[in-house]
Write a protein that binds this ligand. Sequence first.
Ligand SMILES: *Cc1c(COP(=O)(O)O)cnc(C)c1O
Length: 380
Amino acid sequence: MIPYGRQDITQDDIDAVSEVLRSDYLTQGPAVPRFEAALTAATGAAHAVAVNSATSALHIACLALDLGPGDRLWTSPNTFVASANVGRLCGADVDFVDIDADTFNMDPAKLAAKLETAERDGTLPKVLMPVHMCGQSADMEAIGTLARRYGIRVVEDASHAIGGSYKDKPVGACPHSDITVFSFHPVKIVTTAEGGAAVTNDPELAARMDRLRSHGVTRDADLMTTESEGGWYYQMLELGLNYRMTEMQAALGVSQMGRLASYVDHRAALADRYDDVLGELPLDRPGRLPDAGSSWHLYVIRVAAERRREVFDHLRASGIGVNVHYIPVHTQPYWQAQGFRPGDFPESETYYSRAISIPVFGTMTEDQQDEVVARLREML
Ligand SMILES: *Cc1c(COP(=O)(O)O)cnc(C)c1O
């Protein structure tokens, strides 16, 4: 089976994790800050807060922005369910902005129109969460400009996009957002097994997320409401969680981050090659946003909707581990029970009816890619 994505674990990774296991700290030691330093170095953001998943990072990002009951979060229907779930976990209402048919990302024109209506109705969101689908940045300048105009905070769900760029800056530099979140699940670009992080340029948001990942507790005397009672003393300032990343995960992450650029270069070369060789087949290749450098977490082709299932089944049966990203979130039973209906976000639904994610990963060979193309050609 050639999977649609796969982690790459080297002897260096194994040695880095083993070293932690023999050390004094399995959690709350020096490896997590080291991993956070690797993330700020790679993204240009001022601060990084590493946690046990991107879902956790999205959750504390929204909590740090004071998203709560009576507020609204808007995201893309074309995402993993977690992006929308964190809004509900904060007690907020969630709505969606449909995608651009070519880039599969939140469409700034549809966002502008929806914001105009929401302003009239008094239903503007507090937080916007664009998703960088497949590793290609959403049009953040347009989205950020709209967000500023309406006084809305922005969290980038860059779970797919570490190593990507937008207008000559790394994704995560946050020029148009408050916080950017990455995932380190094994299928993503670099992995810590489970894991995620939030990066920001705002020291107060960073401090708040740092506290929220660890029970809302501080040992910083400056933040305490009374004098410290001694060396053991801490205070819980707000309701927090245990979303901490372990030292083993962080050590794996530091080791993996050393290969981020080479993974992304390799994925980009595979994507260019797919673009070349798939041009003659009756399918649509992914559209590219000018000024965005994708990390190519996914390469999604679109075939005729009537043939999608047949093509998918043939590829799976031929040992090609294709997948589909994503079932539009608003069509899930949970969201249907919240009042959404099929047809609410037609561009995402059309996209979904035609999409197949074909294999692309950091160690994929050209022979494997030729095999994928040959099996596709058979069907199309
Ligand atoms: C993977 C993913 C998440 C969740 O990441 P975890 O680290 O598994 O919690 C959220 N949003 C998107 C778009 C993702 O692809």
